[in-house]
Design a protein around this ligand. Structure first.
Ligand code: GLY
Length: 361
């Protein structure tokens, strides 16, 4: 499988997601054909810029596309308003105007910052995504969520702002740290549980090829995740309803992540959160124990944690659960599987069942 194309259909804001091995140096014809901007600010963190910045800049230059690389320090701690201010000043200082655009080259942090900056710089300029982590490729680069963290919480300031195109080069996964790859795989497994039982089976059957980053299997895997995300976002762009299914595993997962003081990375916390949500679904009577075990087995097979570490304070997890930004009117909503491939959203969950799950998962 050489290349695949997924379309996100949002009327005049529709855009393509190109998925291909070696795409990083081959985006120029498509970028030029789209006439997105006359000049680009390539935003990247200092780590990813060191790995891929020069390669991309050379490719843009040889196609005659004007672009400037602008970097910020790596890490979630820099996904804040201060970094936004520094980058906005950089753009203004270099004379970027409304005819110009941005390219996000990096993982989720870079994509979220760049999308947010594009949405507010000069009241909005276009941008494209070149995601370099698995998590960004299958989730955060698609669907237009942008934003930064503030001391009161993650992603509390942001916008919905769709990119003009997403370019996914699967080769960049070769340099991704193993833990981050596993974290991204949690989001991949999520799609099977919430939407597509056949894809869940595909992940079971092709486990070894996925972990070996087999070209064909990874292309199919990323394409299917992007297709599912595109279908969900097309139906509910601003998370009024269906899009909330993408938060499966994230309610308890975020609370575990926060209670660990972010020592447990997002994807691994989502793995734990999905196991906890499956257990909660069993207790609530909407999922069979057998299906919950199947879910747990696949998550474990991919080397993800399936239990909340015993030393993690359950009271702290409860506190974070109640302060989650997805809480509505003080009620915590859970995305619970009814079977593999189908979930429901409910706030009808007994507190004693949540407590039991937090103690026993
Ligand atoms: N990452 C969840 C969403 O984009 O809605």
């Amino acid at each position: 499988m050489a290349a695949t194309l997924v379309n996100v259909g949002l009327d005049e804001r529709s855009y393509p997601i190109h998925i291909q091995s070696g795409l990083l140096t081959e985006i120029c014809p498509d970028l030029q054909a789209r006439k997105i901007a006359t000049r680009y600010g390539v935003i990247s963190d200092d780590h990813v810029a060191g790995l891929y910045g020069e390669k991309l800049m050379r490719s843009l230059a040889s196609a005659g596309i004007e672009a400037e690389l602008i970097t910020f320090p790596q890490g979630e701690a820099n996904k804040n308003l201060q970094t936004m201010a520094v980058l906005a000043s950089e753009l203004a200082g270099r004379g970027f105007d409304r005819a110009d655009g941005l390219i996000a080259l990096g993982g989720g942090v870079t994509g979220d910052i760049t999308g947010f900056l594009a949405s507010i710089y000069m009241r909005g300029i276009p941008f494209v995504q070149i995601p370099t982590s698995l998590l960004a490729q299958v989730d955060s680069s698609v669907g237009g969520k942008t934003g930064v963290d503030i001391p009161e919480g993650k992603n509390l300031v942001g916008t919905f702002y769709q990119p003009g195109a997403v370019y996914i080069d699967i080769d960049v996964l070769q340099t991704l740290p193993a833990e981050e790859l596993r974290g991204g795989l949690a989001e991949v497994i999520k799609y099977g549980i919430i939407y597509d039982a056949d894809f869940f089976d595909f992940l079971n059957i092709n486990h070894a090829a996925v972990l070996a980053l087999d070209n064909d299997i990874i292309t199919r895997l990323i394409s299917r995740c992007c297709e599912i995300k595109a279908r969900v976002v097309e139906e509910d762009e601003r998370e009024g309803g269906l899009r909330r299914i993408l938060n499966f595993g994230h309610t308890i997962g975020h609370a575990v992540e926060a209670a660990s003081d972010f020592q447990i990375i997002h994807g691994l916390a989502v793995g734990i959160g999905m196991c906890a949500a499956a257990e909660l679904a069993v207790k609530t009577g909407c999922l069979s124990q057998e299906k919950a075990l199947e879910i747990r087995r696949l998550i474990k097979k991919y080397g993800l944690p399936v239990s909340i570490p015993p030393e993690l304070d359950r009271t702290a997890i409860k506190k974070f659960l109640l302060s989650d930004k997805k809480t509505i009117g003080g009620r915590v909503f859970y995305v619970l599987p009814e079977t593999i491939g189908k979930v429901m959203i409910t706030d009808q969950v007994r507190e004693e069942d949540v407590d039991a799950v937090l103690m026993n998962v």
